[in-house]
Structures are given as C-alpha cells and as structure tokens.
Design a protein around this ligand. Sequence first.
Ligand SMILES: [Zn+2]
Length: 238
Amino acid sequence: MYYNPCVDITRRRLLGGAAALALPVGMKVVVAGGHPGDPECGCAGTIARYSELGHEVVLLYLNRGEGYCGGAELGRCAGIRTKEALGACEILKARAVFAGQYDGRAVVDAPHYDAFAKVLAAEKPDVVFTHWPIDRHRDHRAISMLTLDAWWKGGKTFALYYYEVAEDTTMFSPAEYVDITAVEARRRAACYAHVSQQPDKWYPKQVEITRARGAESGFAQAEGFLRHPESRKAALPG
Ligand SMILES: [Zn+2]
C-alpha cells in the first residue's frame, strides 16, 4: 500500500487494508451537545456501544442548562442539571466536560471560537459528533458552528459527524447507521437521568426516530449520522 507521510497516524490505521474500518483500539470519541441531555438524546446508543468496546467517550456540553430545570428556581438549574449529566455519563461509562457557556445565550464570536477550539483540542479526539446545524435551538446551532470552525482551523485532525435530536433537528438525512438495539435499556436510562427535562415529553419521539432509522438500515433501532463530506471516515460500532 502506498505510504503517504502526510496522512496522520489515525487515518493510516483506519486505511489499513481489509480491516479498513474495523474499530481501532483505544479511540477517543467526543459527542458535543448544546445542553445536558442532547448528546444522550441523539447518541446514547452509539455512546454505549463505543464504551462497551473499551473506547473513551467524552460528552461535551456547551452549557450546564442554566435556563430551565422544570419547577425549580433558575438559580439552582446549573447544579441540578450538572448532577443529571454526571449521572447519565456514569450510566454510559463516559466523562462529562462543560464548555462554560450559558444556556440560551450562546455566543459565537472570535474569542468563543478560540475558547471552544481549545477545549476540544485538549481532548485529542479521533472522532467528534455534533448537532446538525439546521436546528430550531440557537445553542444547538452555536455548538455546531463552534465544532465546525475548530475542525477546519485545526486541520481536520478528527473525523466529523452530525447527529439529530427529537423535535429540534430539521432537514437531516443520515447516511451511516449504528445498531443500538442491544443497548436500548442503557440508552433509555441515560436519557431518563435528565429528570428535570421531563423525558416522557421527548424520549418517545426520539424512539420513533431511531425506529425509523432502523427501518432504513435493517435494524430494530439505529442512530443515524451524516459525515461532513471533507471528513475522513471514522470507525462506527458495526
Ligand atoms: Zn438542547
């Protein structure tokens, strides 16, 4: 096989002959989401699959959900929702990282692009999943832009994929799928860890989505993803 010294080691590993997209050992996976609960809603099954296979997964939240936590006063929301996020991460065997913005007031400007890029670069990810940008929530659109900018400015060192969340994502057509049928119980538990977000209101909708994605891909339930066209392929749990 032709050796191209410009291709980074992860890509060489992924391109290695017949095992081209076999999962390499010790991948670092980051799932970026606007609020506590978003990475879980869109990707909990895939996160559970990665962590079961021994890969390291980080859930990177843009904020701590300061803007809403059910009936509790707003001043308590960051604490309540941080705790819920940590509980969800424990269920998924993932680690939580918070990017330090404020719920509902996402800022996308030069200093915040740079700050977010630093947080992401510190994780040295092999693959990053983020919100599809055409989304009803401004925080979701914000982290999608922040991730895309970090990826381009940083030389596309990781694979970049987009995911969908119930009710907010629009105009999304996935092309790659992960079978989440066997991890449904953990996926559900991780979503229901976000008690303050009343998961009964959105979890059934997300199950409708994953059943439809399953019908598209030949599984009972699947999460669907779209890879940025300039991104290398990542090994998704098969
Ligand atoms: Zn959200």
